[in-house]
Design a protein around this ligand. Structure first.
Ligand SMILES: Cc1cc2nc3c(=O)[nH]c(=O)nc-3n(C[C@H](O)[C@H](O)[C@H](O)COP(=O)(O)OP(=O)(O)OC[C@H]3O[C@@H](n4cnc5c(N)ncnc54)[C@H](O)[C@@H]3O)c2cc1C
Length: 423
């Protein structure tokens, strides 16, 4: 069952994805029905590959159906850093892939006519304080040097774009945008089915075993034999593949959605319908949807929440940004798990012949997971690993994984305290 959220209430119905009963055979078995798995299945099916997808709950149940809906360009590390880390050739390809990812998402939506409130109105990366503003200015310069449609906005221009004086500056990137994430996930599922992919919801992959040159995936009421496997489970990764779960840190992020805001107020607080995320310690992100609902996202409890969740921090923060919103009614609250990596890059692995895993988008998975799914399909249709636009690396479990997770949580708390102190 989908957890309650604004998206669960307003998305178009899901296509039928009945549980798998009995034995099945496919060229590729995809495990996980979020953007990574659905995009891989769709691109494989479009290429004529016989693909079967297993999802423990239903397509879009994970982070893909619950996120902020921000289609953000780029990777977490700055462009210069990416080229330093990976060299000028692969680095430049990684930048082209990640900064081009929103265009790829919007093109896919147009190609398959997915009704998901998609808008390409840009992304604002806003900086609190002069040091952050300097960092954002450097990022903007690096993007502009590479020909990106990016501008640095000073404090006054940022205030004009956001209706608040909280920010010392910002970067505006015209490539970004937003969408209704569950509608997008369901649209991808529908498109994959239309292209011939078989999708099974309510079907957890319980274990994997080598069988001849391929693999057998055991499920509660059957099994799948496949030549290749795609592991697309991100923040919900379980113990299916050794050490994969320990290679990322799953973190909950929370969202609160308001009742629709009157048009004249909405225009004052967000004159442009760009999505915004804050650069710096602890990310707060927000956007105004098609119905003028404000969707505020950020840290919150590190366990699943319900509608009565204690995420008052986000609501108070909205009032701090725009005092005229005091008294606004907030109708929905929910959360979900995303996966962080220690090096801040998304990870693509090939831990055994015919097995591919992609995960760890560090909160940028709407665009990145979609293009990683496409990269996976390229690889499984014969592209050599070194020609992919993301490096294939080995799975590196984080040493002292449990403690590292505690470290991330401690940082979240530190951010909360610093915010209380107004630092
Ligand atoms: C609250 C929140 C806000 C976010 N906001 C943004 C944003 O605004 N912009 C952005 O770019 N990114 C955002 N993200 C991150 C983004 O949503 C994720 O990076 C992206 O959705 C990851 O997609 P995925 O397909 O890899 O994983 P998921 O969508 O999490 O899908 C994984 C799926 O695997 C399934 N699964 C797990 N184990 C098994 C198994 N053994 N067998 C079968 N199925 C299994 C799960 O049920 C799940 O459905 C946000 C995330 C959250 C939680």
């Amino acid at each position: 069952m989908l957890p309650p959220s604004l998206y669960a209430e307003t998305a178009p119905p899901a296509p039928p994805t009945p549980p798998l009963e009995g034995e099945a055979r496919a060229d590729v078995c995809v495990i996980g029905g979020g953007f990574t798995g659905l995009s891989a299945a769709l691109h494989l099916a479009e290429a004529g590959v016989d693909v079967l997808l297993l999802e423990a709950e239903e397509p879009g149940w994970g982070a893909s159906g619950r996120n902020g809906g921000q289609v953000n360009p780029g990777l977490k590390p700055d462009p210069d850093e990416v080229e330093r880390d990976w060299g000028p050739d692969l680095g430049a390809r990684m930048l082209a892939l990640s900064y081009g990812a929103p265009d790829a998402v919007f093109a896919l939506i147009r190609r398959h006519q997915i009704a998901c409130e998609a808008r390409q109105e840009g992304t604002i990366r806003a900086a609190i304080g002069p040091a952050n503003a300097e960092a954002v200015r450097r990022t903007a310069e690096q993007c502009a040097r590479r020909g990106g449609p990016v501008r640095f906005l000073d404090a006054a221009e940022t205030a004009a774009m956001t209706g608040t004086e909280r920010y010392a500056g910002a970067m505006f990137d015209a490539r970004g945008g937003d969408l209704h994430p569950l509608a997008y996930a369901r649209g991808l599922a529908r498109a994959a089915i239309a292209q011939g992919a078989r999708l099974h919801g309510g079907t957890r992959a319980l274990s994997l075993a080598r069988e001849g040159a391929g693999w057998r995936v055991t499920t509660p009421r059957g099994s799948v034999r496949a030549d290749s496997l795609v592991l697309a489970t991100n923040g919900y990764t379980d113990a299916l593949w050794p050490s994969l779960r320990e290679s990322v840190v799953p973190v909950f992020s929370s969202i609160a959605a308001s009742a629709p805001i009157a048009e004249e107020v909405a225009r004052r607080i967000m004159p442009r319908r760009a999505s915004l995320y804050e650069a710096g310690r602890i990310t707060v992100y927000y956007r105004m949807d098609r119905a003028n609902r404000l969707l505020m996202g950020g840290r919150g409890p590190q366990s699943p929440i319900r509608d009565t969740a204690p995420i008052g921090y986000l609501l108070r923060y909205a009032e701090r940004l725009w005092p005229e919103l005091r008294g606004l009614s907030w109708t929905h609250r929910w959360n979900g798990q995303l996966a962080m990596t220690k090096d801040h890059y998304p990870h693509l692995h090939e831990p055994a012949p015919g097995v591919i895993a992609a995960l760890g988008y560090n909160g940028r998975g709407v665009a990145m997971a979609t293009v990683m799914g496409r990269e996976i399909a390229r690889r499984l249709t014969g592209t050599p690993a070194e020609q992919l636009d993301m490096p294939v690396t080995s799975i590196a479990p984080i040493p002292f994984h449990r403690f590292w997770k505690l470290g991330v949580l401690a940082k979240l708390w530190e951010g909360r305290i610093r915010d209380r102190l107004g630092l």
